[in-house]
Ligand binder design. Structure first.
Ligand code: PMP
Length: 412
């Protein structure tokens, strides 16, 4: 398959440019994705025609923006198959969502001696909030080991999750190793021990069908900007029963039902958790991004990315001196691929690739404990999305070889 057979790339105007005199090949989708023209147009349309604050006015624009804001919530509800639309809380992103769970459910339910269980591959945003909660409450933070391929190990999960465990929080897809973790099985284990299951869906929701009822997770966090939407908007899904028991963490307008001088009644879900003016435009446009994804179909996106991985992973593994982290079997690997070239710092590798127009990320990927676990200080990471082509994959491979030769010979 080549560019001509990828019907989606042309929808993304930013990709049609030169970087360092070469065609831009954008492979930093795990950090953030590009936006299709239709989503870019929707941002302009909203601010051109409908902008108003939500829930507070009876005038026509306020009604229009409120209707679109709540419609977007329903689109997101159906996208992850949540049972109720009030289980969808708008947040700033995955980090914000996870912090809300830690500060609300965590603060209220963790006591001294309790256990919080995460894994060695977590992004800092699914690690630091739990670590800080554990410190504050004198609870124990436990890490599930990874198996040889880098998956969160189910056998170790069985040992680490005990009757003392109150919260288990695991990334659905690793932003470094590209593995899909067995979160459904881990949720079952958590529930057998009376704990709640939090899923960090930042790298799964944009790339595959995610069904919260099927996973039976209690909470799911994800970011709009990693799935074609704008920055500054994300989602916290929580089971209605749990969200109803939880206290809000931010106070102010919108989240109240009635304010008395010395006490306040909270608003109903989902607004109880949405203090202040929300990111109205961001939420509406995220709903439009969901429409775009649905039009293609999440199954199709997942299958296409699998084909890309089937194609590129063996080629990467063939490069002499390149170490690929995570599973080497393409069937087990998603489209996030981390690697290092012998004797070259990943920043130099990423700079060399940028000279060839190829945008990848280098660093610790906000996963320092994982870097330590892997015995490296950093990696380079190429992360694909459905608008990347097989030609993009070829260019990556060629650019890695060219960078390797450059550092060997001193010329590029
Ligand atoms: N979790 C994972 C697995 C991620 O990849 C990221 C983003 N790199 C985050 C959490 C945090 O997302 P955000 O910065 O959008 O809050």
């Amino acid at each position: 398959m080549d560019n001509k057979n990828n019907p989606w790339k042309k929808d993304f105007p930013i990709l049609d440019q030169k970087v360092n005199d070469e065609d831009l090949i954008y492979l930093d989708n795990a950090a953030t994705t590009q936006k299709p023209q239709t989503v870019i147009n929707d941002i302009t349309d909203f601010y051109t025609h409908d902008n108003a604050n939500v829930h507070r006015g009876v005038h026509t624009l306020a009604e229009r923006s409120t209707e679109q804001f709540e419609q977007a919530r329903e689109k997101i509800q159906h996208f992850i198959n949540a049972e109720h639309s009030d289980e969808i809380i708008y947040t700033k992103g995955t980090t914000d969502s996870l912090n809300i769970i830690a500060r609300s459910y965590g603060e209220e339910n963790i006591e001294e001696g309790d256990e919080i269980v995460i894994s060695y591959l977590e992004h800092h945003s699914n690690l630091v909030p739990w670590q800080q909660l554990a410190i504050k409450k004198h609870a124990t933070l436990k890490y599930i080991e990874l198996d040889n391929d880098g998956f969160v190990d189910l056998d170790d999960a069985k040992k680490k999750i005990t009757d003392k465990t109150k919260i288990v929080s695991i990334a659905h897809v690793s932003n470094v190793l590209g593995v899909i973790n067995p979160v459904k099985e881990i949720a079952k284990l958590a529930h057998q021990h009376g704990a709640v299951m939090v899923v960090d869906g930042a790298q799964s929701v944009p790339h595959m069908p995610v069904d919260v009822q099927n996973l039976d997770c209690d909470f799911l966090a994800f970011s709009g900007h990693k799935m074609l939407g704008p920055t500054g908007i994300g989602v916290l899904y929580g089971k209605e029963e749990l969200l109803n028991q939880m206290s809000p963490v931010d106070f102010g307008g919108e989240m109240i039902n009635f304010v008395h001088l010395y006490e306040t009644d909270w608003n109903d879900l989902p607004w109880k958790f949405e203090a202040g003016t929300p990111n109205v435009g961001g939420a509406i446009v995220l709903g439009n991004a969901v429409d775009y994804l649905n039009e293609i179909g999440m199954d199709k996106i997942f299958d296409y990315e699998k084909k890309l991985v089937d194609y590129v992973l063996p080629k990467l593994l063939d490069i002499d001196g390149l170490t690929v982290y995570g599973p080497h079997d393409p069937k087990k690997h998603t489209s996030v691929i981390s690697f290092n070239l012998d004797n070259l710092h990943p920043h130099d590798l990423a700079t060399g690739l940028d000279m060839e127009g190829v945008a990848v990320r280098a660093g610790h990927h906000c996963a320092q404990p994982l870097m330590k676990y892997l015995g490296v200080s950093a990696t380079a990471r190429a992360s694909f999305y459905f608008y990347n082509t097989f030609d993009d994959a070829d260019t990556l491979v060629k650019a890695i070889i060219a960078t390797k030769e450059f550092f060997k010979n001193g010329t590029i």
